[in-house]
Ligand binder design. Structure first.
Ligand SMILES: Nc1ncnc2c1ncn2[C@@H]1O[C@H](COP(=O)(O)OP(=O)(O)OP(=O)(O)O)[C@@H](O)[C@H]1O
Ligand SMILES: [Mg+2]
Length: 388
């Protein structure tokens, strides 16, 4: 059996279409719900007037045999100028050099259909990013009659995609800058403030030992205690600021360690549920980690909760996270932007700068912090960025 005959049935799953001139009709009884129930004339009219798609025919040698309004709009040739010319005029030189136009017709003939995305040329020589489908058309004897070709201009979509990629690049820089800043503050606090506090604490202990028993010694003792507590708080700050080792252990593992550590210090239990995409980009993982860290700090500081539930799951090309406690709930509307309080604001800003959203809701049964951040946008791979 000829390859074409096989492809024809695979393609349509219907009785073989018959090519009459350049209109396609069916030899079977028409079903009113099927497009082939349309008369040749109305079908031709529909194709002719479609403006968003270039829909045209090629003869078996690849010469343009019909042309519609969409083709004229997208490619810039009027019908009178293009009919009869070989369709390779639409291809850029690099594709001509590799024989791509002929290859596409061969593939369409062999398997019935060929689909491609790539650069094509307009009449004025400018390029557009096209989605192209070529369908081989056979008559009832399995003889090739020509090709149907549908081309869509995806340039706007690709530009939008580039903007997304650019935004993502900026976001990655922002996250890196955030983390670098935190690292710098960590060193400053550790090497400067903590060392100074430790030295003050040691001197106060000496002073306490030498002070006469009574009011002065007690005062120095209290001072030394305050200095020790402050040193512990600064050490906690250093450990919170430190960049998480997400690259080595993965988000769920590092987060689980963090939750175990911080809940161990109080009467708080935690539950962690993680269903994460495998290819989570590092900047997204850091963003999720930092927001959860801030939310859990709030639970410890304000909620008086017994349990905190953290869940992360893949949703709509990103990750949806919920941090829920069973504590006293938020005091006001959502508390964001309260003077001198930065935690809620910081969480929202981080989620939004990642292109996501964030919200906090509080009830008598506790507080829910919920946010969604996207994973990386789709790879636009083969597109040559220099063209834009
Ligand atoms: N899980 C929670 N349970 C109860 N109240 C909360 C919770 N999270 C936040 N709050 C309330 O919202 C207020 C604002 O929180 P936010 O994190 O912005 O500031 P903060 O924790 O007071 O200070 P910081 O700037 O150190 O984060 C808190 O002062 C607290 O009253
Ligand atoms: Mg806070």
């Amino acid at each position: 059996m000829r390859a074409g005959g096989r492809a024809r049935r695979e393609l349509t799953g219907m009785p073989a279409p018959v090519v009459q001139g350049w209109g396609v009709s069916s030899s079977a009884k028409p079903d009113p719900l099927r497009p082939d129930a349309l008369s040749d004339a109305s079908f031709r009219l529909m194709v002719q007037s479609a403006v968003d798609y270039a829909i045209f025919m090629l003869d078996t040698a690849g010469r343009v045999a019909s042309w519609n309004i969409g083709a004229e709009r997208i490619k810039g040739y009027p019908a009178t100028e293009i009919i009869g010319r070989h369709f390779s005029v639409f291809y850029p030189p690099e594709d001509l050099a590799t024989g791509k136009p002929a290859y596409e017709l061969r593939e369409a003939t062999a398997v019935g259909r060929f689909e491609d995305e790539g650069w094509r040329l307009r009449r004025d020589g400018s390029r557009f990013w096209a989605n192209v489908v070529i369908t081989a058309l056979f008559d009832e004897h399995g003889e090739l009659q020509g090709f149907g070709k549908v081309t869509r201009d995806l340039t706007e979509r690709v530009k939008a995609n580039h903007k997304l990629v650019e935004r993502r690049r900026l976001f990655t820089h922002l996250v890196e800058a955030h983390e670098a800043e935190r690292r710098r503050i960590t060193w400053d606090v550790h090497d400067d403030a903590i060392q100074a506090m430790v030295a003050v604490g040691m001197r106060l202990q000496l002073l306490e030992g030498n002070a006469p028993v009574g009011g002065l010694r007690q005062t120095v003792h209290r001072l030394a205690e305050t200095v020790d507590e402050t040193t512990v708080r600064l050490r906690n700050l250093v450990s919170r600021l430190q960049p998480p080792a997400l690259g080595e252990r993965g988000l769920a593992d590092v987060l689980s360690g963090h939750l175990a550590q911080v809940t161990d210090e109080g009467n708080l239990d935690f539950r962690l549920h993680a269903e994460l995409p495998e290819d989570l980009p590092p900047e997204t993982a850091v963003t999720i980690y930092r927001i959860i860290q801030e939310a859990v700090t709030n639970v410890r500081k304000h909620a008086m909760a017994t349990t905190v539930d953290v869940s992360m799951r893949e949703l709509d090309g990103g990750v949806l996270v919920r941090v829920q406690d069973d504590g006293v709930g938020l005091p006001g509307a959502d508390g964001v932007g309260e003077l001198g309080h930065f935690g809620l604001l910081y969480m929202r800003e981080r989620a939004e700068s990642a292109g996501g959203w964030w919200q906090a809701t509080g009830a008598a049964t506790g507080t829910v912090v919920e946010f969604w951040v996207p994973s990386a946008p789709q790879d636009v791979g083969t597109i040559d960025g220099s063209v834009w």
